[in-house]
Write a protein that binds this ligand. Structure first.
Ligand SMILES: Cc1ncc(C[n+]2csc(CCOP(=O)(O)OP(=O)(O)O)c2C)c(N)n1
Ligand SMILES: [Mg+2]
Length: 752
């Protein structure tokens, strides 16, 4: 182990003997503590391996070989003050921060009292809200962007401490002015804490540096000079893939060295002293606001990748023996003996104490009960705020006064009312931040200040004017990186911010899919309500654009309604967009808010500005027109097309169609569907997405299952052909459902 650079003899004299000697900033007592933590970590792994072989736990992932770097980080950083996004090998880090061995065994057995997940996640998926250790998942690398967002949130609250209050002073002001106080709001359930000089720690393995999200996170942290410490724990392998096949040139330090604003460290991560010193320097750099830090720690992996892996299949003994010679636990023990910090008796005593503690912890954990099976659906959504409730059912404000000339004011488009809803909500809630591609008025703010330009505000101009009004720290452009948009937003929301982010086109949402499917929608459930991240993702969706072609016209909403934990909303007119967007912002769940591009500025569905408190509960359909002969269930841009077809059918054949606009796809309004089908006995489900496996398939299946006795005709669907949307308008028309397709299907069903 390396020691401080001071001449040892001088240091001894100055410190009055070896007792006061300091090793890389660690006292002798701290070194003993470090060894105790490292030894505890290794022995927990050993006990878990045994328990797995006895089939008392169901999975094992070891932190063996990574103990020194973890303890070093844990001693250099502050639990409950700094923030932590560790990965599965960070057992020693978590112990150093204050997690208990008993808590780890509870996760192993899947106990109800497991503080990380209540038995929902594998062991080594750390989550300790009291320590600011944020729930971790299994996809390698999906934690990194969230750590960046977490750091951004800390900085935001540091600059705008008023935003951290449960309700902003602005809201109280509103109330004094006699305006409605605002009712239910996610802020009541998101207590914010922040520290001016906090640091966010995130760790990952060498293999994980190959993930795109790692590079997006490095870029975002460098751009924002954010206080994030990236720790790469390089054990030379990703399961069986060695580093030279993973990382061009074999050194991640070399590859990242060009990132500006970073502090870099490359250390022997099996040495707790040098690792500690590196973390102290890294933390100081971050706390002082210079930017992020990168700690590249060379470690070993003595226990194979996991219990399901046998590394002897791809690593010869010679290589494994070379690693074993660097084992951090034995090296540290030897160091303590050599330096006279502990003698054999002292080591034995310490190890006996640890063994006794672990025995008690294992015995207790084995008695712990699992959560009752009926509790497993808890926390898919917020237990505190129900966005389907009447609290979100408010009336529009009075219509605007007619102009002086007596003319009725022109109806507002969906684009207008989305913009005004965002504006009103930002005024009311300082925790709202908006970012995405091109959403700012102009990143080069001086042009705006000098009034040289008007500003852009989104490719569809939905966020126009918001940066101008609320400032560039609340409305800003992100790099062109969709995973980063959603991942950063998730980290911010975990800290209590309300990011309302934009994905420019639905067609480009896919890079963010890992963040949406495996992180955003599952964080509350997997942490057993320990953490939540109610982000709103606004997405421009849909075709009928004449020229939009494949990559600007896709639908695909059923892929997202298939995700538990995610609310999916799809309004078709201006008022619904305003009311549902406000509910999306004030509620406590992640929401995918789908905005049909074709409907942004259509004459169809314009409405008057409904005031700043107008909300529509989720899961309440709208009967666009009542009818008695046939039910048509649809949403989005098919609503006006179905209405056109229904009116023609009534004109020509006297058939009265009940047209239902679902407006909200998850949850959806089963009661309205059932009541209507019970009345008409005939039903058509229509949607713009491709027919097979689409959203309407689920609705049709449920009707067939639960309303079979009411049906006088088969449940029919009209949707796009199972193909892509082409560029040439004639071809586009052939693919997407047209009013005439709807008319023919309605007519056929009515006459069945
Ligand atoms: C996105 C993703 N792809 C694949 C896996 C399967 N997997 C789990 S760990 C792992 C290797 C990780 O290697 P590294 O980042 O070097 O970390 P180490 O396990 O070596 O500490 C792989 C491929 C995963 N969990 N997530
Ligand atoms: Mg590795």
């Amino acid at each position: 182990m390396a020691t401080t650079k001071t001449d040892p003899k001088l240091a001894l004299a100055a410190n009055g003997g070896k007792k006061n000697k300091v090793y890389e900033g660690l006292t002798r007592e701290q070194l003993i503590q470090a060894y105790r933590l490292m030894y505890t970590s290794r022995r927990i792994d050993d006990r878990e391996i045994l328990l797995k072989r006895q089939q008392k736990i169901f999975f094992q992932m070891s932190g063996a070989g990574h103990e020194a770097i973890g303890v070093a980080a844990g001693l250099a950083l502050k639990p409950g003050y700094d923030w932590f996004y560790p990965y599965y090998r960070d057992r020693a880090l978590c112990l150093a921060l204050g997690a208990k061995p008993y808590e780890m065994f509870l996760q192993g057995v899947g106990a109800a009292d497991d503080p990380s997940s209540g038995g929902r996640q594998m062991p080594s998926h750390w989550s300790y809200p009291r320590l600011n250790v944020v729930t971790q998942s299994s996809p390698t690398g999906s934690q990194i962007l969230q750590a960046v967002g977490c750091a951004e949130a800390g900085r935001y609250f540091g600059r705008r401490p008023g935003a951290a209050l449960p309700e902003s002073p602005l809201l109280a002001q509103d109330a004094r002015n006699g305006a409605p106080a605002g009712g239910v709001d996610y802020r009541q359930f998101h207590h914010v804490t922040f520290q001016g000089d906090e640091v966010t720690y995130v760790s990952l393995g060498d293999g994980t540096t190959s993930e795109g999200e790692f590079w997006e996170a490095m870029n975002a942290a460098a751009l924002g000079k954010l206080p994030v410490i990236f720790c790469v724990e390089d054990n030379g392998y990703a399961i069986s893939v060695p580093v030279e096949v993973q990382t061009a040139g074999g050194s991640i330090s070399r590859l990242v060295s060009g990132f500006p604003n970073f502090h870099f460290e490359e250390v022997d991560g099996t040495d707790p002293g040098v690792s500690y010193a590196a973390f102290v320097r890294a933390a100081q750099y971050c706390r002082e606001g210079h930017g992020p830090a990168f700690v590249h720690a060379h470690v070993i992996r003595p226990y194979s990748h996991s219990l399901s892996d046998d590394e002897r299949l791809y690593r010869p003994d010679s290589e494994r023996e070379r690693d074993a010679a660097r084992d951090p636990v034995t090296r540290t023990q030897m160091f303590l003996l050599r330096e006279g910090i502990l003698d054999d008796k002292g080591i034995n005593q310490l190890e006996k104490e640890v063994e006794a503690e672990l025995q008690t912890a294992v015995d207790l954990a084995l008695e712990a009960l699992p959560a009752p099976p009926e509790s497993v659906l808890k926390f898919v959504y917020s237990p505190d705020i129900d966005p389907t409730s009447s609290a979100f059912d408010t009336q529009p404000g009075p219509p605007p006064e007619p102009a002086a000339d007596g003319k009725k004011p022109a109806g507002k488009t969906m684009a207008d009312l989305i913009n005004s809803t965002l504006r009103d909500e930002m005024k009311r809630d300082e925790r709202i931040v908006i970012f995405g591609e091109d959403v700012a008025d102009a990143s080069r703010e001086e042009y705006l200040k000098r009034k040289l330009i008007k500003g852009k505000g989104g490719v569809f101009k939905l966020t126009f004017g918001l940066q101008n009004e609320f400032g560039a720290d609340r409305v800003f452009n992100s790099p062109l990186a969709e995973a980063a948009i959603v991942g950063r937003a998730t980290g911010m929301a975990t800290r209590g911010l309300k990011p309302v982010v934009e994905i420019q086109f639905f067609d480009y949402i896919w890079p963010a899919m890992m963040q949406i499917r495996d992180e955003l929608s599952v964080i509350r459930w997997r942490s057993n309500n320990g953490f939540s991240c109610p982000v709103v993702i606004r997405v421009a969706i849909g075709g009928y654009l004449t020229g939009g072609a494949i990559y600007h016209s896709q639908c695909g909403e059923s892929i997202f309604t298939h995700i538990p934990g995610l609310r999916v909303v799809f309004p078709c007119n201006a008022l619904d967009a305003a009311g549902l967007l406000r509910t999306a912002i004030r509620c406590d769940d992640p929401v995918l808010f789908l905005e049909h591009k074709r409907l942004y500025r259509e004459p169809f569905g314009r409405g008057a500005y409904p005031g700043p408190e107008y909300m529509i509960p989720f899961g309440k359909a709208k009967i666009v027109q009542p009818g008695t002969d046939l039910t048509v269930i649809t949403y989005g841009a098919v609503v006006p097309r179905a209405l056109q077809a229904a009116q023609k059918l009534e004109r020509e054949q006297g058939v009265k169609v009940e047209l239902i606009d679902l407006r909200c796809l998850n949850p959806f309004d089963w009661d309205t569907i059932a009541a209507s089908v019970g009345k008409t006995n005939r039903v058509l489900v229509a949607y713009e997405d491709t027919l097979s496996w689409g959203y309407g398939a689920e609705i049709a299946a449920r009707i067939a299952d639960q309303l079979f006795d009411h049906l006088d005709a088969p449940v029919r669907r009209v949707a796009a052909k199972d193909c892509f949307v082409p560029y040439q308008p004639i071809l586009e028309d052939a693919i997407l459902p047209q009013p005439n397709d709807l008319f023919l299907a309605m007519k056929d069903l009515a006459g069945y």
